[in-house]
Design a protein around this ligand. Structure first.
Ligand SMILES: *Cc1c(COP(=O)(O)O)cnc(C)c1O
Length: 382
């Protein structure tokens, strides 16, 4: 698609939606390549759970597959089935939550060639029993808990497996993984503790390729990358090393639209709760997007947007469908009804938006609502 066609599409969708969400598939591919380079010697998979962090798995996953990504991680069996349908039979697809107790689910995993993550002795038992009934070794991933205490086999569970090899009968372990709790904080002692624990817990088990690092884990250095890395958020442009400059390319641009501009002066207030008091002659621009679109209300009075190269603050409360900006610093000819404002991207990083809302970029991306018109910039063929 040409840039002009994309812009036309964007304009057309703007007329019927609250704004335009542009997702740059080329940037996602560039980010995957950068992470693969950082983890040289390790396979770089892609985590595309929750609809590729809200950005649209149907567009994101095929772009990554075309770029050479061979392993994808999702959260649920349903996501795995959808992804298999999208990507065909070639890539490995791993389901983090593993098999449920329903036999149907194991049948589906097998029929679709999905690898469940086995997170408990119960799931090991489920998969082993199913494999013995099927009379075929069935591939899967083993998850060892090293400190998250969320999912994964505990130390005593690993011992039980090491002592009784029959528990793994029919279980073809293709990967042993664990998950880091504090990887974005490189100085945190938890990282090394988990690394040591991972090595210790793998030792008594039959050898298999290993995986520990998420996005931030890749930046902890080569000791953490093992045989496979599992980045998610960094693919989508958020900063995996929050203490430094963001090495990732910008993926998301969210453009909102001004629907009204008004002049106000002291002693007036703006919005619900009269939360913002005007102290001088001010121009307020009202933008048609709100918390119903995933622009979190907790960013009230804290977030900012960009218009005409000027960073303008959100004043007053974010409401369901509207945001109010103080555009006094923007030329009157620029801040007019119909003008676009950058709510994410174009000078406002997704990390900035998350900070303003008191949350993490993961929540900002997965909250992006259905009222935005979506435009996918294609990855250039290589
Ligand atoms: C979501 C998830 C990832 C990806 O994490 P990011 O921080 O988004 O890179 C990796 N591993 C597991 C087990 C996950 O649940």
């Amino acid at each position: 698609m040409s840039a002009v066609t994309q812009m036309q599409q964007a304009c057309e969708t703007d007329s019927v939606t609250v704004g335009t969400l542009t997702i740059d598939l080329g940037a996602i591919v560039a980010n995957w390549r950068l992470l693969a380079e950082r983890a040289a010697g390790s396979e770089c998979a892609a985590v595309v759970k929750a609809d590729a962090y809200g950005l649209g798995v149907a567009a994101v996953a095929p772009a990554l597959l075309a770029a050479g990504c061979g392993t994808f991680f999702v959260a649920t069996v349903a996501e795995g089935v959808q992804l298999r349908d999208l990507l065909g039979t070639d890539p490995s697809i791993v389901v983090f939550n593993g098999p449920g107790t329903e036999r149907d689910e194991s049948e589906t995993l097998r029929a679709q060639g999905l690898l469940p993550v086995l997170n408990s002795l119960e799931q090991v038992g489920t998969w082993s029993a199913f494999a013995r009934r099927a009379d075929a070794p069935l591939p899967c991933v083993l998850h060892l808990d090293t400190g998250m205490n969320r999912l994964g086999l505990a130390a005593t569970d690993v011992q039980a497996l090491a002592l009784d090899a029959s528990r793994l009968a029919g279980v073809d372990v293709r990967l042993i993984m664990s998950h880091l709790a504090c990887a974005e904080d490189a100085a945190n002692k938890m990282n090394r503790r988990q690394l040591v624990s991972f090595l210790q817990r793998c030792a008594p088990l039959p050898p298999a390729p290993q995986s520990l690092a998420n996005s931030a884990g890749i930046f902890l250095g080569p000791a953490y990358t093992f045989d496979m890395v599992r980045p998610g958020i960094a693919l989508y442009g958020a900063n995996p090393v929050p203490s430094g400059a963001n090495p990732m390319a910008e993926v998301v641009h969210l453009q909102g639209r001004i629907i009204q501009v008004r002049r106000v002066d002291s002693p007036e207030t703006v919005g619900y709760g009269a939360a913002f008091s005007v102290t001088a002659p001010t121009r307020i621009a009202t933008v048609a997007a709100g918390y119903a679109d995933g622009y979190l209300r907790s960013a009230s009075g804290r977030g900012a947007a960009m218009i005409g190269g000027v960073r303008v603050p959100i004043v007053g409360r974010v409401s369901m469908d509207l945001i109010t900006l103080d555009v006094t610093a923007v030329p009157e000819s620029v801040a007019i009804p119909g003008a676009g404002v950058s709510l994410i991207g174009g000078g406002i990083s997704v990390d900035d938006v998350a900070n303003a809302a008191g949350t993490i970029p993961y929540e900002i991306l997965t909250s992006l609502g259905p009222r935005y018109g979506r435009v996918y910039r294609p990855a250039s063929p290589t």
